[in-house]
Design a protein around this ligand. Structure first.
Ligand code: SF4
Length: 79
């Protein structure tokens, strides 16, 4: 039994209707999220490899930590 490697990509997505703009996600996933001048998130749009476990863990923290449940991790396969 070997180590299972994660394959594929992910992006973190925000629902702007739900987001309140308190910027908590930028604290939880600073490598994926910055904040605009009004406090709303600007999320990295380039897909990230699931093998980047640090970034993926941060995305999961942000997804779970968003008080408005406005964040979702979208996973997809590499082409
Ligand atoms: S934590 Fe959620 S509600 Fe707060 S800025 Fe980020 S996406 Fe918006």
């Amino acid at each position: 039994m070997g180590v299972r490697r994660r394959t594929g990509l992910f992006v973190l997505q925000v629902n702007p209707i739900l987001c309140d703009g308190f910027g908590h996600c930028a604290e939880l996933a600073p490598e994926l999220v910055t904040i605009d001048e009004w406090g709303y998130p600007i999320i990295r749009t380039a897909p990230v490899s699931l093998s980047d476990t640090g970034a993926y863990q941060s995305a999961r923290y942000a997804e779970r930590g968003c008080p408005r449940q406005a964040l979702r991790i979208q996973r997809f396969n590499e082409k």
